[in-house]
Design a protein around this ligand. Structure first.
Ligand code: UD1
Ligand code: CA
Length: 453
């Protein structure tokens, strides 16, 4: 197959977003609109991608997660002018997709169909069109009686009868690279908007008697452009549905997909149940047979099989199989929780490793600690990891038992099978099998109440 490249236009300001951020870096489910378009282009087989930037160019550049080329369009003089800036990238070999950075719903599927259509019909240019209820504002596709493509005309340049046409130009194309570059040289800005229109390249390509065609797609959603925060939400709702339905088709139970927010990059295995109001972000993986109870936020984390997480936040951490988390647990970055462990209510774990079968059932802080297997944390344990200057590490070996309300002043080690007495402030290492007690002894003052009250 011949080489496929893509040029993505992203130089416009997007004033209707009413935002200081350039339009294409606004996010849907944690990913910028531009990254979605880049991904679809890559998935459809584009090896090289060039993004045309202009408005807030540096911000757009920094926001892109992929290795792409950038060209600058200093003044936004139209879609044709934008593509001209990429003429060296386009070159004279193979085919090139032209896409917009603000149509995040364009799918691999539609692009692949367009490329196949382009090749099958031996086209020099293929325009992606669709039929909509209200074509206002869009370029219209003009065809003759035999339904043959004649031209694409901009709304502002169209006659009243042309404005009645409901087949619209999506703005996306597949071009033969060499023919596109030659046609760009012929563009003028002699039109209602004084812009260099990309669709005008089709005229000069047709004048060479080369094949130009519009492929009608029935996936309207794919060409939906985002111009405002309302449209950002609308595109987001469609993206959310696509992601969630795909997961459901692959065997995940999602109770209410309109109330469940899962990143495109997350993967979830079969027979896992996702309750409503969960936010599963970034490159999170979740195993089989898990129950993700309501109200969880899980970010860039790996969750094993048979895990139950309820009403909790898990950030950049790993959770082993058969472990339960929550409700109201907070697992902060850099934590690794073992298998069959329990992290209960109001437990915070930060940058810590916690072994298999270890339990911290309630009201505990475990920060900067390495905890072994079968350790039990009594209620109210605090790992005192910060002395005001440095963060120190605490070590708790296998089978240790931490009594309720223990302070473990780091750096400190509780050795294997050792106990700490409830209410202790442990400042010295506790040897294996020892009981560490660090608290004042109780004194009872006889008859005190009678004398004082
Ligand atoms: C364009 C098409 C129209 C099509 C519509 C679909 C032209 C002349 N018209 O119109 O036929 O129906 O898209 O949405 O192509 N951009 C730049 N630099 C520029 C101008 C635009 O990078 O100088 C980018 C914008 O940031 C945007 C995209 O190109 O992402 C489309 O530009 P826009 O001005 O919205 O084109 P439309 O007038 O909507
Ligand atoms: Ca537009």
């Amino acid at each position: 197959m011949s080489k496929l490249k893509a040029v993505i236009l992203a130089a416009g300001a997007g004033t209707r977003m009413k935002s200081e951020l350039p339009k294409v870096v606004h996010k849907i489910l944690g990913k910028t609109m531009l990254d979605y378009v880049i991904e679809s282009a890559m998935e459809a087989g584009a090896d090289d991608i060039c993004v045309v930037i202009g408005h807030e160019a540096d911000t757009v550049k920094e926001a892109v997660s992929y290795d792409v080329e950038f060209v600058l369009q200093e003044d936004q003089l139209g879609t044709g002018h934008a593509v001209m800036q990429a003429k060296d990238f386009i070159g004279d070999e193979g085919n090139v997709l032209i896409l917009f950075g603000d149509t995040p719903l364009i799918s691999e599927d539609t692009l692949t169909k367009m490329v196949d259509y382009h090749i099958r019909h031996d086209n020099a240019a293929t325009l992606l069109s669709t039929i909509v209820e209200d074509p206002t504002g869009y370029g219209r596709i003009i065809r003759d009686e035999t339904h043959t493509f004649i031209k694409s005309i901009e709304h502002k340049d169209a006659t009243d009868s042309e404005k009645m046409i409901r087949e619209i130009n999506s703005g996306m194309y597949c071009f033969d690279a060499k023919e596109l570059n030659e046609a760009l040289k012929t563009l003028t800005n002699d039109n209602a908007q004084g812009e260099y229109y990309l669709p005008d390249t089709l005229k000069s390509i047709m004048a060479k008697r080369l094949n130009v065609n519009a492929m009608i797609s029935d996936r309207h959603e794919d060409i939906l452009g985002v111009n405002s925060k309302v449209q950002l939400y609308q595109a987001g709702a469609i993206m959310q549905k696509r992601i969630n339905f795909k997961l459901m088709e692959n065997g995940v139970t999602i109770m209410n997909p309109s109330n469940t927010y899962i990143s495109k990059d997350a993967s979830i295995d079969t027979d896992t149940t996702i309750y409503p109001n969960n936010h599963i972000e970034g490159k999170t993986t979740i195993g089989k047979n898990c129950i993700i109870g309501p109200n969880c936020r899980i970010v860039n984390s790996d969750i094993g099989n048979n895990v139950n997480i309820d009403g909790s936040t898990v950030l950049e951490s790993c959770i082993g199989a058969h472990t339960t988390v929550g409700p109201y647990a907070y697992i902060r970055p850099g934590s690794t929780i073992g298998n069959h462990a329990k992290i209960g209510d109001f437990v915070e774990v930060k940058n810590a490793t916690i072994g298999d079968y270890t339990k911290a059932s309630h009201l505990t802080y475990i920060g900067d600690a390495d905890v072994g297997n079968h350790v039990n944390f009594g209620c109210g344990t605090v790992v005192v990891n910060y002395d005001g200057v440095n963060k120190n590490r605490t070590i708790i070996e296998d089978n240790a038992f931490i009594g309720c309300n223990t302070n473990l002043v780091s750096p400190v080690k509780v050795d294997k099978s050792a106990y700490t007495a409830a209410g202790s402030t442990i400042t010295k290492d506790v040897p294996p099998y020892a009981l560490g007690i660090g608290r004042a002894r109780q004194t009872n003052i006889e008859e005190w109440v009678k004398r004082n009250r």
